[in-house]
Design a protein. Structure first.
Length: 216
């Protein structure tokens, strides 16, 4: 059986008692176990989805992939790989709850080939408090989804898909984004208005995003 020791407060690392090889890493707070790839009989069948402890990587050493880079104790990317990324812009009137959730969920669920942004036609200055609470509760960084104007994206990066949420039934009207990006519309109610729960919208978004990523 592997032998664990607490390498830092709340962080346990395990090693084979016979050979001394590292077997896994376990952060107590997250109740997760991260096995080392080398313990598998055929590690080549597994594909990496992210890099962790990016803030501690050796200067000048960079893997050529498009995966997200996470700093210690962060679940959202602080950097991305250098290979070309296909970009999604989630667009609505005010860049409130739906867009914040969609951007955060997509960037966590993507293995790096797709990167999401969000913007509003008339963005608000303050982050929606309900969305910020939901994001914090589920381990996201709310500040990463601050309200932005769609004008910020007209000069780059290149947007491959524009996904809108505007609901004509409530009088919302999404702005037309310039360029040749593919257009997709997901008509979702806005939890910021209180008509639907944040958990319900997040569950619907997760299903839509997973289908979108799997098909693109």
């Amino acid at each position: 059986m592997p032998q664990e020791f607490e390498s830092s407060p709340g962080i346990f690392r395990a090693f084979c008692p016979t050979w001394g090889s590292a077997t896994h890493y376990r952060p107590v707070e997250r109740e997760e176990i991260h096995p080392c790839l080398g313990i598998y009989d055929d590690p080549g069948q597994y594909r990496a989805s992210k890099h962790v402890f990016y803030d501690e990587h050796v200067a000048g050493y960079e893997l050529a992939d498009n995966l997200p880079r996470l700093a210690a104790n962060h679940r959202d990317p602080v950097a991305w790989g250098t290979q070309p990324t296909r970009n999604i812009l989630f667009l609505c009137t005010g860049n409130l709850a739906r867009l914040m959730l969609a951007e955060a969920l997509t960037n966590r669920m993507s293995t790096g080939g797709v990167r999401a942004y969000s913007a509003g036609g008339h963005p608000t200055e303050a982050v929606n408090s309900g969305a910020a609470t939901w994001l914090s509760k589920h381990g996201y960084e709310p500040s990463a989804s601050m309200s932005k104007s769609w004008h910020d994206f007209t000069a780059g990066p290149e947007i491959n898909w524009v996904i809108t949420f505007c609901d004509s039934a409530t009088g919302e009207s999404c702005h037309a984004f310039p360029g040749n990006a593919n257009r997709v519309h997901w008509g979702l109610p806005d939890p910021a208005g209180g008509a639907v729960a944040f958990d319900e919208v997040a569950a619907t978004l997760s299903s839509l995003i997973r289908h979108f990523l799997d098909s693109h």
